[in-house]
Structure formats: structure tokens, C-alpha cells
Design a binder for this molecule. Structure first.
Ligand code: DOR
Ligand code: ZN
Length: 325
């Protein structure tokens, strides 16, 4: 096959940042995606409906093409049950586990009433599922928290964001109300790519890329487009010096997402499942209807830029076998 069309690609987990960075991130998103769930870990966090509406307007002011940003609300003490009817998705960051989680949750048990109200309102709970344990165990250690939430709030839809381990992949078929997003980088890379030869800070993210067995578990889910899984890039740009001098966590994958996904799915004879993985599953999981936007890709090599406005993209200077037409 030399060409493929993807209908209304959707990114279920995206960081667009704010202010000047939007000049870079928003056009990239609206060029190839019909919509995205936009993460609220800004400074200050997007933790109210008003802040989310203003942020959405700022995003759209940089979009030249139709694009539907769904801004998640950052879970803090100020979020009250009464407003939940107006909120599609609430993001839980355990305090201290990642970029912009300083305002996150210190004690999850304190939020039972809110989770009960979310369950009634049909609000989705999106979770960065990591503890503060040893780095390779952080995600697996969060499994018991997911299980407890899933059991105690059986009608609350819980998204395990950017799963990176076999330990969490296993939970999907055990609990009806657990869902997951998977990134491109966790499908591509393991610890060897990050630090097996020269340290590559541009592949450093939270949760960290893991073992070949973990990656294989994620690939089984993605390459069969498991119905409880959707694509969420977690593209998270940091300016070059923040990555190379200060070790900020986050991979800027937005400039390569669809060509690289097509390349990877083709290599693994899974192209038939890509449409479900990048759009159809998400539309069902999040109960959204996206405007139709058809993106054509052709088998023509493209060389990824070295630097995009001071941000270093994933796969910089590499050649990808597919390009956007
Ligand atoms: O690597 C990451 N970067 N993981 C996250 O959870 C947040 C993100 C960011 O915002 O930079
Ligand atoms: Zn993220």
C-alpha cells in the first residue's frame, strides 16, 4: 500500500502549553488532528471552567483549520461537585510525580465525595498513575489505587493515561470502567533507547519508557486496537535548554505523530487497526462526535526537522518512510 487515509484523527492526551508556545503547538495539532484532549498542567493550573474556556479560546486563536480542543480540568480542592455537569474530563495528578504536578493531589482518599459526584454526572476521571516509589516501579505500584477506584466507583469512567507497563495493561480486561491511552513513544522505545548507549534527554518522559516486555504488552493492545484503548500522544514540548541542561520530562512528538504511527503499524502488519486506534475508539470512549477531517498520507520519505522554534522534536533528523500529503 502506498497511500492511506485517516478520518478525523483524535489525540486523547496532548500538551499545548500557553502564550508563545501556542504559535508552535496549536498549528501542528490542527493541521493533522480533528481534536484533542488538552492537558491542564500549566502554571497556574487550569482548575476551573472559566480558566478552561479562556484557554480554549487562546488555543483556537492559533488554529487555522477546524479543531476541537477539549480542555481537561486540573483536580484541586477548589473543584466542587455542583459544576460537574459542565465538565467533560477531570485530570488527577498525584502531587510531585511529573511536570506541573506541584498543585496535584496529596491524599486521593479525600476526594471520594467528588468521585461519587463525577460518577453521577458522567464526568470522566483522567489519571497520571504513578507513585513516588523507585522510578521503574512507580506505575505498577499505582495499580492498587486504580483497582480500588474502579471497584468503589463502578460507574466512574477512569482513564489510565499513557500506560507504559504490562502491569497496567492487564487491568483493562479486569475492570469494566478502566480505560487507557497509549503514546507513540511508549510503543516505539525502551530504556535502551533512552540510556542504553548515549543518554538521549529528548526521550526522557514520565512515565519513563520501560522494558521490552512492557513495550510488547502495549503493542498487543495498540496493534489490535483494543476497544478500551485510544491513542494519546502526550506530546509535551520543553525548550531545548530545559531538556538538555535541566533534564525536563516530556517528549515533543507532535511533529511526527501520524507518519510515524503509519510506519510503525505498517511494519507490524497492523494498518487495518490504525483508524480505530487514532479515532474511532476515542469517539466511543469519550462519547464525542468529531467533525469529519480526512488526512491522507503517502509512502514518501520525509526528514524530521532538527529544531522547531527552539523545541527539538522526537526523531529529529531521522527519515520517516511516510509523509502527510
Ligand atoms: O513527561 C511528561 N511530561 N509527563 C507528564 O506527565 C507531563 C509532561 C509535561 O507536561 O511536560
Ligand atoms: Zn501528559
Amino acid at each position: 500500500m502506498d497511500a492511506i487515509e485517516l478520518v478525523s484523527p483524535f489525540d486523547s492526551h496532548l500538551h499545548l502549553r500557553d502564550s508563545d508556545a501556542l504559535k508552535t503547538t496549536a498549528p501542528l495539532a490542527c493541521e493533522t488532528f480533528a481534536g484533542a484532549i488538552v492537558m491542564p498542567n500549566l502554571t497556574p493550573p487550569i482548575d476551573s471552567i472559566e480558566a478552561a474556556q479562556d484557554y480554549k479560546a487562546r488555543i483556537l486563536s492559533f488554529c487555522q483549520k477546524p479543531f476541537e480542543p477539549i480542555v481537561a480540568i486540573y483536580l484541586t480542592d477548589t473543584l466542587k461537585g455542583e459544576v460537574l455537569d459542565l465538565v467533560k474530563i477531570v485530570k488527577l495528578y498525584p502531587s510531585g510525580v511529573t511536570t506541573g504536578s506541584e498543585n496535584g493531589v496529596k491524599n486521593i482518599d479525600q476526594y471520594d465525595r467528588l468521585f461519587a459526584a463525577m460518577q453521577e454526572a458522567g464526568t470522566i476521571l483522567s489519571v497520571h498513575g504513578e507513585t513516588n516509589d523507585f522510578v521503574l516501579d512507580r506505575e505498577a505500584r499505582f495499580a492498587t489505587i486504580y483497582e480500588s477506584l474502579a471497584k468503589r466507583f463502578p460507574r466512574l469512567k477512569i482513564i489510565m493515561e499513557h500506560i507504559s507497563s504490562a502491569a497496567l495493561a492487564k487491568l483493562l480486561d479486569r475492570y469494566e470502567n478502566l480505560f487507557a491511552t497509549i503514546t507513540l513513544h511508549h510503543l516505539l522505545y525502551t530504556l535502551d533507547d533512552l540510556l542504553g548507549s548515549k543518554l538521549n534527554p529528548h526521550l526522557f518522559c514520565k512515565p519513563i519508557v520501560k522494558t521490552p516486555a512492557d513495550r510488547a504488552a502495549l503493542r498487543r493492545l495498540a496493534f489490535g486496537a483494543h476497544s478500551k484503548v485510544s491513542f494519546g500522544s502526550d506530546s509535551a514540548p520543553h525548550i531545548r535548554s530545559a531538556k538538555e541542561r535541566f533534564g525536563a520530562a516530556g517528549i515533543f512528538s507532535a511533529p511526527v505523530l501520524l507518519p510515524k504511527l503509519v510506519e510503525l503499524f505498517e511494519e507490524n502488519s497492523a494498518l487495518d487497526y490504525l483508524q480505530s486506534f487514532v479515532s474511532d475508539n476515542a469517539q466511543k470512549i469519550y462519547d464525542i462526535k468529531l467533525p469529519r477531517k480526512t488526512i491522507s498520507l503517502i509512502k514518501k520519505p520525509f526528514v524530521v526537522q532538527e529544531d522547531i522554534n527552539g523545541f527539538i522534536p522526537m526523531c529529529a533528523k531521522e527519515t520517516i518512510r511516510w509523509s502527510i500529503r
